[in-house]
Design a protein around this ligand. Sequence first.
Ligand code: FES
Length: 158
Amino acid sequence: MDISEILQKYPPTRDHLLLILHEIQRVNPGNNITHADIRQVARYLNTTTASVYGVVRYYSMFSLNPRGKYIIRFCKSPLCMMVGAFNLLNFLEKELSIKLGETTSDMLFTLEPSECLGQCDKAPVMMVNETIYYNLDETRVRNIISHLREKEYKKQQS
Ligand code: FES
């Protein structure tokens, strides 16, 4: 689906901006919003590129930089940190061979910090794209990453 098709699904009013940006980001291979997208959205909504940039930069879920297919949002809020998230984050960084804020060289994973994901009673917690994983420990984190890697490997083989 290209950007024009996405835009045509929405009336050209600013109150649809967030939905439009979400959808564009979801279909872009780099899991981001490009400068060309911003110009096209601004034209469609009859607004300035600066105002669209403002929204993209305000919300941490949007990115101008290309990111991995799987965005891992790791909760760094106090409650998760109190029950082992700090060590778990180190483990995850080693598992992926990247630091927080980086993307793996195969463009599969981007590791981002997150505020509370609303599942504090099941801490530590992380979200991978739309899925929340909780009660995390090293085994569970390793299994999640392996499962996603395998899934992508099988897709490439088919
Ligand atoms: S503090 Fe991590 S989910 Fe709430």
